[in-house]
Design a protein around this ligand. Structure first.
Ligand code: HEM
Length: 130
């Protein structure tokens, strides 16, 4: 006879404290993947509306890049992209059967590496607007 488990309501977000590393990796990967898709469409919209002439393009880019909030959003985008890439490569290795016993460790490693790359890039991103 098959066993059944009472896993509780998945919609109950109050259970986040019970989440394991694998659950967080799944949530972060979904979140970052869909943020990247959202950014892609925003990027195309901004660039295509700025393409009414060379001067309009330069003015739009300069106006956006002069805002601190845009630079901060760029750091956020970098964090999202780097995590998605590193965790994505980790998932591809896991799919190939590589590192099956160290999935938690490799997830933490991708988080730490993402943090290090993002922190190291902050001075470049906020240069000239502070
Ligand atoms: C080197 C770059 C990238 C790598 C290695 C990568 C890797 C992956 C992998 C392995 C998955 C499947 C995860 C699973 O097994 O569930 C995935 C999902 C996904 N990726 Fe990427 N990806 C990359 C870049 C991107 C970019 C640029 C975008 C968006 C423009 C993107 C958007 C998504 C989305 C929306 C999903 C589905 C998330 C879901 O489960 O709902 N990825 N990625």
């Amino acid at each position: 006879m098959s066993q059944s488990y009472n896993r509780g309501l998945i919609e109950d977000f109050g259970r986040w404290r019970e989440f394991t590393a694998g659950m967080w990796a799944w949530i972060f990967h979904k979140f970052t993947g869909w943020v990247l898709v959202g950014y892609l469409f925003t990027h195309i919209a901004v660039l295509s509306t700025a393409l009414t002439g060379e001067a309009a393009y330069t003015t739009t880019i300069q106006a956006l890049e002069s805002l601190l909030v845009v630079r901060i959003l760029e750091v956020g985008l970098l964090a999202v992209a780097v995590f998605h890439i590193l965790n994505g490569l980790r998932l591809l290795l896991v799919d190939l059967g590589v590192g099956l016993e160290a999935q938690d460790k490799s997830f933490y490693a991708s988080l730490v590496l993402t943090g290090a790359i993002v922190v190291a890039s902050v001075p470049t991103f906020v240069a000239e607007v502070l």
